[in-house]
Design a protein around this ligand. Structure first.
Ligand SMILES: CC(C)(COP(=O)(O)OP(=O)(O)OC[C@H]1O[C@@H](n2cnc3c(N)ncnc32)[C@H](O)[C@@H]1OP(=O)(O)O)[C@@H](O)C(=O)NCCC(=O)NCCS
Length: 230
């Protein structure tokens, strides 16, 4: 697997419409032909501008982007056929974003392969900060399982999402993205067939949830500081 050694720091900030070309470049590098379009990002920025964050290196180079919307957690968890297209209004969020929703849902997370280490993690941490600042219950997203196609003839998808490998630093999930999300403290709630058109994951997605430990706590104003983010 490709290992990045770049240990530079990135800065995270809210995106603006002027970032669109940099965002589209990251999208293309991370997703190839499945990259989000200019129209989708313009709509995300217009609908929920606070929900699009970019990771910046060297003052002005965009190396990562995350986009989220607000939803009601009960609508997500009770939807037995949840899929990315429906839950994100085909990536436009215009008709899926619920301004008074109680939780955050991940629409897009993309990082340049050459970005500094932990860029994706920093973007997720800042989404957690957004949840804390807005007193939202959960951060939720549908993750990919991009290595499943290599193991599908050996194990079921349920076995695969629980499978681990031994490394010199201990045991970690077999799938690199499950590893990434578990390290960020997200928990797998369920496996979703036909979640997203992704041949590597055989179209499966995993519903991942982060529970805001500061939700409705009197000391929530302290949360963003305690939570080693920012
Ligand atoms: C998934 C993604 C956002 C991770 O961002 P990142 O900045 O590389 O991640 P971080 O540096 O914060 O974390 C590194 C961990 O990510 C994991 N990881 C996830 N996807 C990976 C990939 N394709 N290649 C290598 N490592 C990957 C590794 O397991 C690594 O853990 P390790 O340190 O134990 O080896 C990025 O690889 C990406 O944009 N992928 C393509 C688009 C995508 O799949 N987005 C998520 C949609 S659900």
């Amino acid at each position: 697997m490709f290992k990045k050694k770049n240990l530079e720091k990135v800065k995270i900030r809210q995106a603006t419409i002027d970032d669109i070309n940099g965002i589209l470049f990251v999208e293309k590098e991370a997703w190839g032909e499945k990259a989000a379009t200019k129209e989708q990002f313009e709509s995300r920025l217009k609908t929920f501008p606070q929900g699009v964050l970019v990771a910046i290196k060297d003052y002005d180079k965009i190396v990562g982007v995350v986009a989220v919307e607000k939803v009601n957690y009960s609508d997500i968890i009770n939807n037995s056929s949840l899929n990315w297209y429906e839950v994100t209004d085909n990536g436009f969020i215009k008709n899926s974003h619920k301004p008074n929703g109680d939780s955050i849902y991940g629409v897009d997370l993309s990082v340049l392969p050459s970005a500094p280490c932990k860029t994706g993690t920093r973007l997720l941490e800042n989404i957690a900060k957004l949840c804390i600042a807005r007193n939202l219950k959960y951060g939720v997203l549908g993750g990919r399982i991009p290595d499943y196609h290599k193991f599908a003839d050996k194990m079921s998808v349920d076995e695969y999402v629980k499978a681990t490998v031994k490394t010199k630093n201990g045991i970690k999930p077999l799938d690199p993205e499950i590893n990434f999300y578990k390290k960020a403290d997200l928990k797998i709630v369920k496996i979703m067939p036909d979640y997203f058109n992704d041949s590597e994951s055989l179209n499966y997605g995993v519903l991942l949830v982060w529970e805001n430990p500061f939700y409705n706590k009197w000391y929530r104003w302290l949360g963003a500081r305690i939570f080693k983010i920012g």
